[in-house]
Design a protein around this ligand. Structure first.
Ligand code: CS2
Length: 486
């Protein structure tokens, strides 16, 4: 199909009906400030919110805040805030335009503008998808305070980071008599709501104030696989949409959102858009973090070490799905009381099917990044629980050993692998100071306290299992090891 239009309000009438936004762009007043305007938010919460407003109304437009780069803002503004979601896999490509964005902010360039936006009484929800590392917390959930963060919290420096933005905005909102507010963390962390409550309370304490009344921090589980948009996705989005879009997002057909229903200032009718509103998110969170994300990370480290580019390639390695099934059944399932009507193995099976969606083009290296921040929720919590129950989680140990091999920075072929991780410095230092042997490397990495903590580092049975697997991977490589296990 010849593409003649550039996405923007003027092009909407020319798009096929099914590709137009469900709300009239610019007609919905803002009720939400969202920090983190990346692909995930635009393919997940923004879609749920647009559908909720289309179904039930409400002033729930989203002010999207980009934390650092302003490139996305410029591109979205050039398209009147419109972008498309390209759904791929399980049929022909489908593109849909989203028109729920009601304004923009830039945390790095105009932090006080963002603070003012959150303090506005029309805003009743501030949500976030900023990734684990942006919260600057240790494994126990305490703020990693340094002089820079202190200065941001006490108002001596602009509040450019997430903890300071939230704290300064709450202070300003309270001073202005702003009404109740919900802070909604949509990042992949266990107990994300309570964790962020603790973090914000600590940030406010440093700033010298108490947590204002009427602020809620519900937990939420978000789920949709949304890889980084490639040039090929941009091309396919243009074809499916019939208009050129410089910032489409690509996603799988599956989408799920489970939300603890605690919104003192009200909320969009997300249930009308298919979200589950519940009193307890925990069973869903645990399934998601361990039987989806944990397995995703495992496939990413093993695949990257074996030189595979995409998650779908990793799944196709002989023995891989069998091995991942054992990991789920033996080491993850015993740690989870699943939601009613769900089995962990069934949930895990669905995860494997979703990972096999080749159309997504999801790179192993994208899932592998930030391992130090992801591993604790995705693998180490389950391993700790199995060890406390007296079991040795053999497959879990293999997956952690695969991360350890990945952290060395080399694939089995000897090709370099990038260690894109906020703790890359300490990880490299620890490895450089230890002998390059399985016991040396495992010991060095277990000693990185910000990842493993004393309980796992002091566990002799776990350590020997890690050393054994590290040695296996070292001697035989991932391909042969996985082949023999599946
Ligand atoms: C992935 C997640 O990049 C990663 O670490 O495991 O982003 C995953 O695709 C989503 O959590 C799925 O909801």
């Amino acid at each position: 199909m010849a593409v003649t239009y550039r996405l923007g309000r003027g092009a909407l009438a020319s798009l096929p009906e099914a590709s137009r936004p469900a709300v009239s762009p610019g007609s919905v007043r803002a009720g939400i400030v969202h920090l983190g305007l990346g692909a995930f938010h635009r393919a997940h919460q923004a879609v749920f919110t647009e559908d909720a407003v289309a179904a039930s109304g409400g002033d729930w437009g989203i002010i999207g805040v980009a934390p650092r780069s302003r490139e996305i803002l410029d591109k979205l503004r050039a398209q009147d805030g419109l972008y498309s979601v390209l759904t791929v896999g399980g049929g022909p490509d489908r593109a849909r335009t989203i028109g729920i964005l009601a304004g923009f902010g830039h945390a790095a360039g105009d932090p006080y503008g963002v603070v003012a936006a959150i303090a506005d009484p029309g805003i009743r929800i501030v949500s976030m998808t900023v990734t684990e590392k942006a919260y600057r917390m240790d494994p126990a959930g305490r703020l990693l305070l340094d002089d820079d963060l202190r200065a941001q919290l006490t108002g001596q420096a602009p509040p450019v980071g997430v903890p300071a933005l939230l704290a300064r905005a709450l202070i300003r909102r309270q001073a202005a008599g702003g009404g109740p507010l919900t802070v909604l963390c949509c990042d992949n962390m266990q107990g994300n709501g309570p964790r962020i409550r603790g973090l914000v309370a600590q940030a406010l304490e440093v700033a010298g104030v108490d947590m204002p009344a009427g602020v809620a921090f519900p937990a939420t589980m978000v789920d949709r696989i949304v890889p980084a948009t490639s040039a090929d996705h941009i091309r396919r989005a243009a074809v499916a949409l019939g208009a050129e879009d410089t910032v489409p997002v690509v996603a799988e057909p599956f989408t799920q959102w489970v939300i603890e229903d605690d919104f003192p200032g009200g909320r969009p009718d997300w249930a009308a858009a298919g979200a589950v509103l519940t009193g307890d998110v925990t069973p869903w969170e645990l399934c998601k973090l361990r039987a989806l994300n944990g397995v995703h990370s495992a496939a990413a480290y093993l695949g990257a070490l074996a030189g595979r580019e995409y998650i779908a390639d990793s799944l196709e390695m002989p023995g891989m799905t069998g091995l991942l099934r054992r990991f789920i059944a033996d080491d993850i399932a015993p740690t989870i009381e699943p939601p009613s009507g769900v089995t962990v193995t069934g949930y895990g099976e669905q995860s494997l099917q979703r990972f096999a969606n080749r159309e997504l083009g999801h790179r192993n290296l994208q899932v592998a990044m930030d391992g130090s921040q992801k591993l604790p929720y995705r693998m180490l919590a389950a391993i700790t629980e199995r060890r406390r129950a007296g079991a040795v989680p053999v497959w879990g140990a293999l997956m952690v050993a695969a991360w350890m091999r990945f952290a060395r920075g080399y694939a089995d072929s000897g090709a370099r692998l990038p260690l894109d991780d906020p703790l890359a410095g300490p990880i490299r230092d620890a490895l450089a100071a230890a002998p390059d042997t399985p016991a040396g490397a495992v010991g060095a990495l277990l000693g990185v306290d910000a990842i493993f903590g004393p309980e796992l580092a002091g566990d002799a049975a776990l350590r020997s299992e890690l050393v054994r697997w590290y040695g296996e991977l070292d001697r035989h490589g991932v391909v042969a090891t996985v082949k023999g296990l599946g």
